[in-house]
Design a protein around this ligand. Structure first.
Ligand code: E4P
Length: 222
C-alpha cells in the first residue's frame, strides 16, 4: 500500500521524509502557489535537497505549467535538466495532443505522470502512450456524481491484464476514508495531504490503551 505526499510544503516534506512512510511526493501548480512566492526551480530544489539529505530517494512529480503542446516538451526537458534529480517525473494532463508529449518524453527516458484523469479510457490512452503513472482524481470525480471506485477498479483490471508497467496514483483525496477506498479499489498509490496522512496514525482507543498501560505500570512501580 504505497502512500505519496501531495504537497509542495517544505515542512510537510521534511516531516514525511523523517518518518519514511511515504514512497513519493506529488506537486501541482496549485500546491506550489500555496507556498511563499519563490523561484520555481529554487523551491523545488529545496524539496530535492531535503530528499537527498534524508537518504530516502523517492520520486517527485512536477507538473508542466503551460497549456501549449509545443511548449510542454521543452518545458519538461528544462524541468528535468535544471532539477537534476533522476527521481523527477513530469506531470502532463491527459488530452489528445498531450499524448504526443507523453510518448515523446517517455521516448527520451523521462518518466511521465499523466494527470487529471477521470475515466478508464483516459487512463488506458495515457498508459499506452508510455506514462509511468496515471493519476485518477477521486473526489473531483465524486463532485460531479462520478464513481471513482469503479474507474480505479476497472483501470487496475485493464492494466493488470495488459501486464502494463503503469501504476495508478489516486489523487484529489480529502479524507482518510478516501485513502482506504482508493487502495481497496485497486489504486497502486494514493497521494494525500500531510494532515490527512498524519490523521491515519491516531485512534482514540490507541491513546486510551497506551494511557492505561502506563498508568498500570506506574502503579506497579510504587
Ligand atoms: C495529485 O496529483 C493532484 O494534483 C491532487 O491530488 C489534486 O488534488 P485536489 O483535487 O485536492 O486539488
Amino acid at each position: 500500500m504505497k502512500l505519496f505526499l501531495d504537497s509542495a510544503n517544505l515542512t510537510d516534506v521534511e516531516g514525511a521524509l523523517a518518518r519514511r512512510h511515504i514512497a513519493g511526493i506529488t506537486t501541482n501548480p496549485s500546491l506550489l502557489s500555496k507556498e511563499p512566492k519563490a523561484n520555481f526551480y529554487a523551491h523545488l530544489g529545496k524539496i530535492i535537497d531535503a530528499i537527498r539529505a534524508s537518504g530516502h530517494s523517492v520520486p517527485l512529480s512536477v507538473e508542466v505549467f503551460t497549456p501549449k503542446i509545443d511548449e510542454m516538451i521543452s518545458q519538461a526537458d528544462d524541468i528535468y535538466k535544471k532539477l537534476g534529480y533522476d527521481g523527477v517525473n513530469i506531470k502532463v494532463p491527459i488530452g489528445w495532443d498531450e499524448l504526443k508529449v507523453i510518448s515523446a518524453l517517455a521516448g527520451k527516458g523521462i518518466q511521465v505522470n499523466c494527470t487529471c484523469i477521470f475515466t478508464e479510457e483516459q487512463a488506458v490512452l495515457a498508459a499506452n502512450a508510455g506514462a509511468s503513472y496515471v493519476s485518477i482524481f477521486h473526489c473531483r470525480l465524486k463532485d460531479i456524481g462520478g464513481d471513482p471506485v469503479r474507474v480505479i477498479a476497472n483501470t487496475r483490471n485493464i492494466l493488470d491484464r495488459a501486464n502494463s508497467k503503469a501504476e495508478i496514483i489516486v489523487g484529489s483525496i480529502r479524507g482518510q476514508s478516501d485513502i482506504l477506498e482508493a487502495h481497496l479499489a485497486g489504486g497502486h498509490i494514493v497521494t494525500a495531504g500531510a494532515k490527512i496522512i498524519e490523521g491515519m496514525a491516531s485512534h482514540p482507543q490507541t491513546e486510551k490503551s497506551v494511557q492505561g498501560f502506563l498508568k498500570d505500570f506506574e502503579a506497579w512501580l510504587k
